[in-house]
Write a protein that binds this ligand. Sequence first.
Ligand code: GLA
Length: 385
Amino acid sequence: MLADIKALFLEQFGKAPRLYSSPGRINLIGEHTDYNEGFVLPGAVDKKIYVGIAENGMDVLRVFARQYGERFIFELGDIRPIKGWATYLLGMLEQFRGKGYELKGLDLVVDGDVPLGAGMSSSAALCSAFGFALNDYFGWKESRMSLALMGQQTEHQFAGVKCGIMDEFTSLHGKRGHLIKLDCRSMDYEYIPFDFPGYQIVLVNTMVSHELASSEYNLRRQQCEEGVDALRRFFPEIRSNIRSLRDLNLKQLESHRDELEETVYKRCFYVIGENARLQRGCQFLRQGDLSSFGKLMFLSHEGLRRDYAVSCEESDFLVDASAELEGVMGSRQMGGGFGGCTIHIVRSESIPGFLSEIPGLYEKKFGIIPPAYIVSLEDGARKED
Ligand code: GLA
């Protein structure tokens, strides 16, 4: 991949680039909890976005993206959101400009193997790879945390998705062989080894990314905020301590169930439960109890399906079908929802059976063979040689 990017850069722009990469991510449990100031348990993986970068001495950004087969030129004096993947590059430039850095003309080749629209955060990997590259190339002084926040703002302002911090944070802070337990309120984090020889993490790509995903995502966020507002009114004595669903437990929620609008109640029920599942899940991982951890993954999916209503027929099918198979410890839909990938923890010796069974069943029902990826946990954004 790196040699190809170098060659392509030379062919497109007639010089040699500096190379950087940033990975996509998985999330074992803790979905839709980040923007509720809760906890997540992601890890960076061995599928990455790569950028080659060099100054061009002009006031333009020239980009060639191999994965998308597209080429663009943008005036640095006229940066605004556009449709499509290049908006993430423009958003990151605007973030740096907003911090007072002087932008210079650049040539860029973008490539990668993070599946697009598959719930593995290819857009966060792109923001992180480009942000990390700019920061290093020009010797700017932003920390990894600051780059993650800039990526999140790019998603908000240049793509219109009010996402949480999980994806960018993970792409920049990943650690080989480890998951990250991240507190999305304090931003404290802890690396948890995922050290289970004999088991592997398998993703299955539904190959659907539903149109409504981003509008429904923003709607979920709004419904959670409505829930917090309503619950604050029911608990005047602790009102000032209730900033998000993180500050409430199921008992408090249940005590006002009848006064909450049904949909809002279900959204809150899911998020509060998911935070609790994550905490228990981390204990199970520390104790080496993958079987109990896997059961929580199935419960998480049930919540996503029934209460948070962000799953879809295709993901439900993959989770249900894999639950029937030998050696599958846990399965759930991963990421924002309405398609993307499902994540499964599978005993290594059962993987051939899993891979011969699941794609065929899916094809029979939906008419396409879903790609499957066995992923490993890797380091976050870095400079490449
Ligand atoms: C998307 C968002 C994340 C997170 C997940 C759901 O990936 O970008 O911030 O909210 O959905 O957990």
